[in-house]
Design a binder for this molecule. Sequence first.
Ligand code: GDP
Ligand code: MN
Length: 359
Amino acid sequence: PKLSTNTYVDDNERDVARDSLFLDSRENATLLMLVRNWELPGALSSMRSLEDRFNKRYRYDWTFLNDVPFDDEFIEATSAMASGKTAYGLIPSTDWDRPSTINETEFEAGLQLMREKGVLYGGSKSYRNMCRFNSGFFYKQQLLDQYQYYFRVEPDVQYYCDFPYDPFKVMREKHKKYGFVIAMYEYEDTVTTLWDAVEEFMADYPEMVDTKTNSYDFITDDGMIGKDMPVIQSNSMYNLCHFWSNFEIGDLSFFRSEPYQKYFELLESKGGFYYERWGDAPVHSIAVALLLQQDEVIHFDELGYYHVPFGTCPTAYNLRLQQRCVCNPNLDQNIDIKPHSCLTRWWKHGSGKYFMKHA
Ligand code: GDP
Ligand code: MN
């Protein structure tokens, strides 16, 4: 399109929207960060970015969770950075630490094996606690009881563009239960037997899985995987696609629902969070794909985001100007068009098009 300076620089309406406060139209929601005390600089950096790009106009509460008590410095600095209220929760040991049902010998053997294979975080015990917590316990924390929606934030992430809307409001108005910005392939070695457990779940609770309306096709493959992604080889039906959970906006009632509870209980009973290294991203994603309808899931196409080592940047030039983006969609700041992104699969097999496919 031909650029006219007026269109983009003197756009009054946009400037008003950028500076306005929307305190009266807020949703029942919180920004949520699981974080360690020593990650304070990264936490502040993420907060500053999200406050600038979105929250300063809404002043949503921030909720911080930790497996050890937050120190005074962390509390003071993050409270000063937040435009909204802040709350700090200590995670109970039962929600964080490795359960006694996990066999010590088998656990250590698994760690050793993954260390040798060079799997990312393969030898880490605390990473496994974190993944299990984010899979089955974050939504049970008392501080979250009062909220319907959460927006997960991690230290050291960046939001590349102004938010053109309140994503919580979009969630409620469009009846969405889960929102993401990046989808990609998981390392197979971390989830070797996850799909076996999922198949058991589907056999036990067939009434909870509606393949006519869900996104089953997004996460499964019939041997076509080599075509989309030559490097990835999956040994099961699961094609390793998952929503990158370091950015996620969710409806807590989904995670608190009976189907998700049954799903998590079954996974937990297998011990794969410890014997393997099941990540909360594939665990959430498989649940979202199986238990929700396609049109209850939203891809926030307009939001720019970066978490090392991947980012996403809106492709529309006008949008990038209007939203003051600081990213270039043609550089490595955009995973969406690369072969290790699952987004093209989502466009094909997700995104609420089931009614056309099954018509
Ligand atoms: P990655 O994104 O997979 O590389 O893993 P991160 O190290 O970023 O961890 C994911 C999230 O969990 C981040 O918000 C971390 O701050 C948080 N986290 C990871 N391990 C721990 C831990 O042992 N304790 C606490 N309190 N938070 C953790
Ligand atoms: Mn991270």
